[in-house]
Unconditional design. Structure first.
Length: 563
C-alpha cells in the first residue's frame, strides 16, 4: 500500500464507516472498490477517488477491488483498460487477484433482470428514445406511463429473451424498471435497464447484443463482490435511491452503502472525460499522455512524482460540496516533493558563449559536486570546467538596470561550485548587433567560492563547459488554459486554450552527467526549474520536460538568487 507523509484524515465518510463498524453493520468488514469505465484515460480527479478508496481500505484493514465497469461497448477498449491498470499501479496501489470486470457478470445480471420481470418490476418498452424522454416529464411535471408498461410477465419475458437473441433492431425495445413515473426524482421514473447494441464488446466480442445500463450493473456488481461501501462522486447522489431500489427488490445478500463526495475540480484545466477526448481528437494536444493534460499518463510523462499526487489528494480531503481547487496547491505539493528528492544539475537553456582569457588553453578541471546540498546521501558527480563555457543569455546585460546583480561589463560574479569571474570584453554579431560572446578573467584564488581578501560578489550563476556539455531539447510546459475555470463563460471552452502552453528550445546544453539519464528521471536544473527526461529521448538527443518552475509564480529567476 502506498504511503504519504500525512496522518490519515478524518471526514464524514470515515465517520460513517466507524459508525458501521461500531454497530457491526457489515460484520466488521470494510471493502471498497475503484470502478472506472474504460472509455478514456484516468485523470487527477480519478486519482482522488483511487487514493480515497484504496486508502480507506488500508486504514481499516480491509480490501479494495479494481473493477472495470465496462457496460457500453462503444468507446471502451483494451487500451484504456491497460492504461487504467498502469496508472493505479503508478500511484502506488495494488489489488492482488481482485481485478474484476462488469462484463464478467453479464449472465448473472441478465438473470437478475429476469427476476425483476417475473416480479412485475420490469417491462419491455417499445417507445423510441425521443418518446421515452418526452414521457419522462420534467422537474416540474410528472412523467406519463408508457403504453407498454402493463405488458404481461409472459410477454415481457418473451420479448426480453428475443432481444438477447438478436431478433430486433437497435432502439426498437428497451427493458425498463417499473418504479414511479410521478416520482420527484426523475431518475426513478422507470429508468432503462437494458438496451440493444449491435457492437462488439472488447472482451465478449459478439456474445451479447443487449447491454446493461450503468445504474443497473454498478450496484449489482458491488453486491456480487461483497462491497461494503460504494464511494462515488456527488453526481450520483440522485441515483442512490435507484441503487438501493434494485438491491432491495432483488433481495440480494450483500447491500452496500453508497456514499457521495464532491468531485475534484482543478483550476486551469478541465476534468470532463468528454472534453478531454475532444482535446485529443481535435489535436489541441499531442495525445492522452501530453504533459499538459491532467491525465495521470500526462502527469507521469511530465515528471510528477506519484507520492506528491497522493499527498495532494489527502490535503484537499473529501467534502460534500463542489469547489474549485487552486492548481497552486498541486504545484506546491510537487515543489515540496521535488525539492527534497530531485538531483541538482546544471543546464543552460539559452546558451551564451563565455571565454576565460587567462585560463590555460587545453586545461580541464573536474569538480566533485553534490547532487543535493542538504542531502549528502544522494551522492555527487564530476562537473568538468574548461576555458570556454556557456552561461544563460539572461545572466548578462550590457547596460544593466540598477537592481540587476548578474554579469555585466566590469562586474564580477561567482560561477556555481567555482571561481569568481569578471567580464572584460563583449563581442557582438556584426550583422545583428546581438551579444555573441563574452570574454572574462578569473581569479584562481577563489576556487573555494570565497576571495582571500574577503571581497564578495552579489550573484552566483550556473554554467556548463562548452567542450564537455551535451546538446538537449527542452520543452517548457505551462498551464493548458489561460483562465482558472475554462468551462465558465464562453460557449466553447477551447477558446481559453493557452497558445503559449508549450515552448520548445532545441539549442540547450546540459552537463555531461545527464548523458545516460533514463526516461522519467527528475532533476532540478539549478536556478531554472524542475525537469524530467521525456521518453522521446534517444542516443542522438536528450529531451527534457519542464515539470514546473522553482517558485509559485512562472516568473524568471532573479539575478540576485543565492545558491
Amino acid at each position: 500500500m502506498a504511503q504519504t507523509n500525512l496522518s490519515p484524515p478524518f471526514d464524514f465518510i470515515r465517520e460513517m464507516i466507524e459508525e458501521h463498524l461500531r454497530t457491526n453493520r457489515f460484520q466488521g468488514r470494510v471493502m471498497t472498490r475503484f470502478p472506472p469505465e474504460p472509455n478514456g484515460y484516468l485523470h487527477i480527479g480519478h486519482a482522488k477517488s483511487v487514493c480515497l478508496n484504496f486508502g480507506i481500505a488500508a486504514q481499516y484493514g480491509g480490501t479494495c477491488n479494481l473493477r472495470m465497469d465496462d457496460t457500453d461497448p462503444s468507446g471502451e477498449n483494451q487500451e484504456y483498460v491497460d492504461s487504467i491498470i498502469q496508472d493505479v499501479k503508478w500511484l502506488g496501489f495494488e489489488w492482488k487477484d481482485r481485478l474484476f470486470y462488469a462484463s464478467d457478470y453479464y449472465e448473472q445480471l441478465y438473470q437478475y433482470a429476469v427476476q425483476l420481470i417475473k416480479k412485475g418490476k420490469a417491462y419491455v418498452c417499445s417507445l423510441n428514445a425521443a418518446e421515452i424522454r418526452d414521457y419522462r416529464g420534467s422537474l416540474t411535471e410528472p412523467g406519463r406511463e408508457s403504453p407498454y408498461r402493463n405488458r404481461s410477465v409472459e410477454e415481457n419475458l418473451n420479448l426480453f429473451e428475443r432481444m438477447r437473441a438478436g431478433e430486433f433492431k437497435e432502439g426498437s425495445h428497451v427493458l425498463r424498471a417499473k418504479i414511479d413515473m410521478a416520482s420527484p426524482n426523475i431518475t426513478m421514473r422507470d429508468p432503462i435497464m437494458y438496451r440493444i447494441r449491435y457492437e462488439p464488446h472488447y472482451r465478449t466480442a459478439n456474445q451479447w447484443c443487449i447491454y446493461p445500463m450503468y445504474d443497473f450493473a454498478h450496484c449489482l456488481s458491488d453486491s456480487i463482490e461483497r462491497i461494503t461501501h460504494s464511494i462515488c462522486t456527488l453526481e450520483f447522489e440522485n441515483n442512490r435511491p435507484l441503487y438501493d431500489w434494485f438491491l432491495d427488490e432483488l433481495n440480494v445478500e450483500y447491500h452496500p452503502q453508497q456514499i457521495e463526495f464532491a468531485r475534484l475540480n482543478l483550476g486551469y484545466t478541465v476534468l470532463s472525460k468528454r472534453r478531454l477526448i475532444e482535446l485529443v481528437e481535435d489535436k489541441c494536444v499531442r495525445g492522452w499522455d501530453d504533459p499538459r493534460m491532467p491525465t495521470l499518463a500526462g502527469m507521469r510523462r511530465r515528471g510528477y512524482p506519484p507520492d506528491a499526487i497522493r499527498n495532494f489528494c489527502e490535503r484537499i480531503s473529501v467534502a460534500k460540496n463542489d469547489s474549485l481547487i487552486d492548481v497552486a496547491l498541486l504545484e506546491h505539493c510537487l515543489r515540496e516533493n521535488l525539492n527534497e528528492k530531485a538531483q541538482r544539475v546544471m543546464a543552460v537553456l539559452h546558451p551564451l558563449r563565455l571565454v576565460i582569457d587567462n585560463y590555460p588553453e587545453g586545461q580541464t578541471e573536474e569538480w566533485d559536486s553534490p547532487y543535493h546540498p542538504q542531502n549528502p546521501e544522494m551522492g555527487s558527480r564530476k562537473v568538468p570546467f574548461s576555458r570556454t563555457l556557456y552561461i544563460e543569455q539572461e545572466d548578462f546585460l550590457e547596460n544593466p538596470p540598477k537592481k540587476f546583480y548578474r554579469l555585466a561589463p566590469g562586474r564580477e560574479v561567482r560561477l556555481r561550485y567555482g571561481y569568481f569571474i569578471k567580464c572584460v570584453n563583449v563581442i557582438k554579431d556584426p550583422k545583428t548587433g546581438q551579444v555573441a560572446e563574452l570574454h572574462c578573467t578569473y581569479d584562481p584564488e577563489t576556487r573555494s567560492g570565497f576571495a582571500p581578501n574577503g571581497r564578495k560578489v552579489d550573484a552566483t550563476i550556473h554554467w556548463v563547459s562548452a567542450d564537455h556539455s551535451i546538446p538537449a531539447e527542452v520543452r517548457l510546459y505551462d498551464r493548458l488554459f489561460r483562465v482558472a475555470n475554462p468551462l465558465e463563460g464562453k460557449s466553447d471552452f477551447k477558446e481559453y486554450l493557452n497558445e503559449k502552453s508549450l515552448e520548445t528550445i532545441r539549442s540547450c546544453r546540459v552537463e555531461p552527467s545527464l548523458a545516460h539519464a533514463s526516461p522519467g528521471s527528475q532533476f532540478q536544473f539549478e536556478r531554472v526549474g524542475y525537469f524530467c527526461v521525456d521518453p522521446d529521448s534517444s542516443d542522438k538527443v536528450l529531451v527534457f520536460n519542464r515539470i514546473l518552475t522553482l517558485r509559485d509564480s512562472w516568473s524568471k529567476a532573479s539575478g540576485k538568487e543565492k545558491i
